[in-house]
Design a protein around this ligand. Structure first.
Ligand code: ADP
Length: 165
């Protein structure tokens, strides 16, 4: 059984993440999308909401699972009996941080391999942070996030603007 863990904040899941997960699902028997708890002080989506959205988007792909974790990633990977960490690489700017993380994780757990995947070009500029910023200002994020995520972002935007009014 080839099991991979795709860790991140996923606040929220974007089409770039979905692209990487679908590529991973072709390579591994199980891919666990693992949400790091308490990574951000004030996330827009609760961990439970993020898990729910990932499950909703991947209902058609049972090999894709959603979970949360805290503590060391390599400990979580070991608990899941996985040997691969999947990460996405968008641009050179991602590289330095990703290389440090991969080498640190290798130092901590030499039998865990990090695999990098590149998304389709149209997602290379997409990040959760930018998506949240655009949506909070009323801009369209259609296509940049799954439809279910877009709907939740719109709801949150409406709730905020009606509070202000
Ligand atoms: P983190 O805080 O760990 O970077 P993210 O949720 O932002 O969490 O990202 C999780 C993983 O997904 C990272 O490997 C990141 O490089 C990758 N990723 C984020 N956005 C994209 C995208 N548009 N295309 C491909 N990979 C992406």
């Amino acid at each position: 059984m080839r099991i991979a863990v795709f860790p991140g904040s996923f606040d929220p899941l974007t089409s770039g993440h979905v692209d990487i997960i679908r590529r991973g699902a072709k390579m591994f028997d199980r891919i666990i999308v693992a949400i790091l708890l308490n990574a951000e002080k004030a996330p827009l989506f609760t961990a439970a909401e993020r898990v729910r959205l990932i499950r909703e988007v991947f209902t058609d792909t049972p090999s894709v699972e959603a979970d949360t974790f805290d503590g060391l990633l390599v400990d979580y990977v070991r608990r899941q009996q996985a040997h691969v960490i999947v990460r996405g690489l968008r641009a050179v700017s991602d590289f330095e941080y990703e290389m440090q993380m991969a080498l640190m994780n290798r130092h901590l757990s030499p039998d865990v391999e990090t695999v990098f995947m590149m998304p389709a070009e149209q997602y290379t500029y997409v990040s959760s942070r930018l998506v949240k910023e655009v949506a909070s200002l009323g801009g369209s994020v259609h296509g940049l996030v799954p439809d279910a995520v877009e709907a939740r972002l719109l709801e949150k935007h409406r709730a905020r603007t009606s509070q202000k009014a």
